[in-house]
Design a protein around this ligand. Structure first.
Ligand code: UD2
Length: 372
C-alpha cells in the first residue's frame, strides 16, 4: 500500500516537472523565434527585385522579343529615400503652376525633365547626401578623338558638378587623349578598343563594350551610368535631375511627330522592327543611362539583337539607335529627358526648348568617318 502511494507521488511529481519543462521550452522557443524576427526586421525590408516597367509587345508571333520583355533582378541602392536638409531655402513647389506648353509626365507616369520642372538647389541637396558615383562612358575611335577635348572640358563645367564622376573612355588611340584638368573626385579611366572599317560598326560596337563594362566591373564602383556620343558638347547643367533606374532622352527631331513617322526600323526581318501602330517616343542613341544593372540589361539585349541581325546580314536603319528604341518601347524608361538634354547644333531652336544643355556638334561626315 505504502509502496503504491510512494509510486503515485513519484509519478505525479515527475509529470509535474515534465509539464513545467514543456511549458518553459515552448516559451523559450517562442522567444527565440521572436528574436529572429526582430533581428531580421530593421533596414532589410524586402523589396521587389524588378523595378522595370515592362509592356507587352504586340501579338505578332513571328517576333520573339525574348529579353525585351523579360523581367530581371536588380541590385538596389540601400537607401531609396529622398532626404532633404532641415533649414534649406527653396521655392515652394506648387501642385498647380507647372509649365503648360509641354508634357511633364508620360502616360506611364515617368517624369519628363524640362527646364522649370525641377529645383536644382533641392535636387542637389537630396542627391549629394547619397554619396553617388556616376560612371560616364564615351567612345572616341579613329578621327572622333578630335571631339574629346570639347566634350570633356564642357562636361567638367556642366555635368554632375560636385558629384563623383568616373569617365570611361574607349579609344583606339590612348596617346591622342587631350590633357584635360579634372575636378576633385573626378577621374578618367581609359579602355583601348580596336577600330573598325565602318562607322556603323564602331557605333553599334559600343553595346558589346558597355555590356562587358556593366557586367561586373562596375560592381561597388558606380551607382549610375550614362553613355554618350563624343561629338557633342555641354552648355548648361546636366545633372542629378536625370537620375533614375532607366533613363532615355527624347530625340530632338521627332518629339512632336506622330509615331508612324518615327524612323524606327520597319523591316519585319530585323530584331529592331517596330510596327507602324506602336511606339511612344523616338529616343536618341547619343545619351541614355540608369542604374548599372538596368543599363547592363539594356546593352546586353541590344548587343544580342544586333548579333542576330548581323548573322542574317541585316542592319537596322539607325543601327544601335534602332535597337535602343525597340528596347525602350517594351521596357519603359522610368525617367525621360527632354530634348534639352541632347539637342543638335543643326536643328532650329523651338519655343519649348528654353535651354540647351548638351548638343551634338555639326560634323563633316566625310572628314571624320572611315566610310560614308
Ligand atoms: C546617331 C546617334 C548615335 C548612334 C547613331 C547610329 C545621337 C545624337 N546620335 O548619331 O548615338 O545611335 O545615330 O546611327 O542620337 N564613333 C567613333 N568613331 C567613328 C564613328 C563613331 O568613335 O568613326 C562613336 C562616337 O562616340 C560617336 C558615336 O560612335 O559619337 C556615334 O556615331 P555618330 O555620332 O557618327 O552617329 P550619328 O551622328 O549618326
Amino acid at each position: 500500500m505504502l509502496i503504491r502511494h510512494n509510486f503515485l507521488y513519484l509519478f505525479g511529481g515527475m509529470t509535474l516537472i515534465g509539464l513545467f519543462f514543456l511549458g518553459y521550452s515552448s516559451n523559450w522557443l517562442r522567444t527565440e523565434r521572436r528574436h529572429e524576427d526582430l533581428n531580421s526586421t530593421p533596414g532589410t525590408e524586402k523589396k521587389h527585385d524588378d523595378l522595370g516597367l515592362h509592356s507587352s509587345p504586340g501579338t505578332e508571333e513571328k517576333h520573339d522579343l525574348g529579353p525585351y520583355s523579360s523581367p530581371g533582378t536588380e541590385k538596389k541602392h540601400d537607401d531609396l529615400g529622398l532626404h532633404s536638409s532641415a533649414g534649406l531655402h527653396y521655392k515652394q513647389p506648387s501642385a498647380l503652376d507647372a509649365r503648360r506648353d509641354i508634357a511633364t509626365v508620360s502616360t506611364w507616369l515617368a517624369p519628363i525633365v524640362w527646364e522649370g520642372t525641377f529645383d536644382p538647389t533641392l535636387i542637389d541637396d537630396v542627391y549629394k547626401q547619397k554619396n553617388l558615383t556616376i560612371a560616364t562612358t564615351v567612345f572616341a575611335v579613329g578621327k572622333y578623338v578630335i571631339f574629346l577635348k570639347d566634350f570633356l572640358e564642357s562636361a567638367e563645367v556642366h555635368y554632375f558638378v560636385g558629384y563623383r564622376v568616373h569617365y570611361y573612355l574607349f579609344t583606339d588611340q590612348p596617346e591622342a587623349i587631350p590633357n584635360v584638368k579634372l575636378g576633385e573626385e573626378r577621374k578618367l579611366i581609359v579602355r583601348k578598343v580596336p577600330s573598325a572599317n565602318r562607322w556603323q560598326d564602331i557605333s553599334m560596337g559600343r553595346m558589346a563594350a558597355l555590356e562587358k563594362l556593366t557586367k561586373s566591373e562596375l560592381d561597388n564602383k558606380a551607382d549610375y551610368i550614362f553613355c554618350f556620343d563624343v561629338d557633342a558638347k555641354f552648355y548648361a547643367r546636366w545633372s542629378a535631375e536625370a537620375l533614375s533606374h532607366l533613363v532615355a532622352v527624347i530625340h530632338p527631331w521627332f518629339y512632336n511627330y506622330p509615331r508612324e513617322k518615327f524612323t524606327y526600323e520597319r523591316k519585319p526581318e530585323s530584331e529592331a522592327f517596330i510596327p507602324a501602330d506602336e511606339g511612344d517616343f523616338y529616343y536618341a542613341g547619343g545619351a541614355f543611362g540608369g542604374s548599372v544593372q538596368e543599363v547592363h540589361k539594356l546593352t546586353k539585349t541590344c548587343n544580342e539583337k544586333q548579333s542576330i541581325d548581323r548573322a542574317k546580314s541585316i542592319e537596322a536603319l539607325w543601327h544601335d539607335e534602332s535597337h535602343l528604341n525597340k528596347y525602350f518601347l517594351y521596357n519603359k524608361p522610368s525617367k525621360l529627358l527632354s530634348p534639352e538634354y541632347l539637342w543638335r547644333d543643326i536643328s532650329a531652336r523651338t519655343n519649348e526648348v528654353k535651354i540647351i544643355r548638351f548638343t551634338s556638334v555639326a560634323k563633316n561626315m566625310k572628314e571624320v568617318r572611315p566610310n560614308v
